[in-house]
Ligand binder design. Structure first.
Ligand code: UDP
Length: 323
């Protein structure tokens, strides 16, 4: 198949590109390298079946040309990472809303299937655990910048449902805390990236708040597998899926595990949220997916346990993180 991956030089996008090329597809990757990096795809740049376009998804003429040519679109380009979003909510809203509108519009014109990447941020601070896809969303006030990301992704999902209602094949995947090689030291997935970098450098491991907030850390291979399946399985069209691991881990446990696996002598320190995010930040206390739907419809089964995934991630970080 010919496949377009928007955000193809990003952390998740580049792993998806690897898998698609491995299985023999021809891949077009578009990325403006805002958070994506050329080093993530640089091993494919000479390949005949790989075409990299250093451009933005706001370039409608380019999108039109690509959408007319490919069979399937994986739309991953977005401004992600809570810290980036808090720093520049305007950019997040523009990229995530206007960009997705452009991608879906181009796909609709040529009637091409789209897999839309969304986020577990959709659920906000809902306290009803686990999160089912049809659950209510619970968000804070609009004056808290963090919720703009959740809202922008919700608009994307509304766009997807609106086009699906017109018959376009669209499947949406909500990623839960993906981690693995190529995690940006400063960007998305910041807790794993931050703690590993700190442990390797012998700096204190910074745990925000009391460290008892939880996440379900999902190894990149499982994130990509769920995304691929959403593109392949016809029964998934018109639906949204949680793509995540089920094991719930506190941030303090994560820090302790990273400290042990790296053999670091760093101490673990507790840092108030405001020192990192500024005043008025609201965190999600627990975040756990139900993956019943993804299992039943897509056949998605996450495989990589946290310690194994962290071990692989740490090995990569040792090689690639600047000291
Ligand atoms: N966090 C932390 N130390 C760090 C970075 C993040 O304790 O150096 C916390 C953060 O406050 C949140 C959790 O780890 O409670 C996950 O943060 P991340 O930004 O990775 O993703 P989120 O799930 O919040 O989108």
């Amino acid at each position: 198949m010919k496949i377009l991956v928007t955000g193809g030089a990003g952390y998740i996008g580049s792993h998806l590109v690897d898998r698609l090329l491995e299985r023999g597809d021809e891949v077009y990757a578009i990325d403006n390298l805002s958070t994506g990096r050329i080093s993530n795809i640089h091993h494919h740049l000479d390949a005949d079946r790989f075409h990299f376009l250093n451009d933005t998804i706001l370039n409608e003429a380019l999108l039109d040309r690509l959408a007319s040519d490919v069979d399937l679109v994986y739309h991953l380009a977005a401004l992600v990472g809570v810290k980036y979003v808090v720093a520049d909510p305007l950019a997040a809203i523009k990229t995530n809303v206007t960009g997705t509108e452009a991608v879906l519009g181009a796909a609709f014109k040529y009637w091409k299937k789209v897999v839309l990447a969304s986020s577990s941020e959709i659920y906000g601070k809902s306290a009803k655990i686990p999160f089912y896809e049809e659950d209510d969303r619970v968000l804070g006030p609009t004056s808290v910048g963090r919720w703009s990301y959740s809202t922008s992704k919700a608009i994307d999902e509304h766009f997807a449902f609106a086009y699906a209602a017109k018959g376009l094949p669209v499947a949406t995947v909500r990623f839960f805390n993906s981690y693995g090689p190529r995690l940006d030291e400063k960007g998305y997935g910041s807790v794993v990236a931050n703690l590993v970098r700190q442990a390797l450098k012998g700096e204190p491991l910074t745990v925000h708040g009391d460290g008892r907030q939880t996440r379900c850390f999902t190894y990149i291979d499982d994130t990509v597998e769920g995304t691929l399946l959403a593109g392949e399985v016809k029964a998934g069209e018109g639906l949204v899926f949680n793509i995540g691991a089920e094991a719930e881990t506190t941030i303090l446990e994560l820090a302790t595990t990273i400290k042990r696996l790296t053999g670091s002598r760093s101490e673990i320190v507790f840092v108030p949220y405001r020192d990192y995010y500024g005043e008025g930040f609201e965190d999600t206390r627990r975040r756990v997916p139900s993956i019943d739907r993804a299992k039943a419809v897509l056949g998605f089964v996450p495989k990589v346990k946290l310690e194994e995934g962290l071990t692989r991630t740490i090995a990569w970080c040792r090689e690639h993180y600047t000291r």
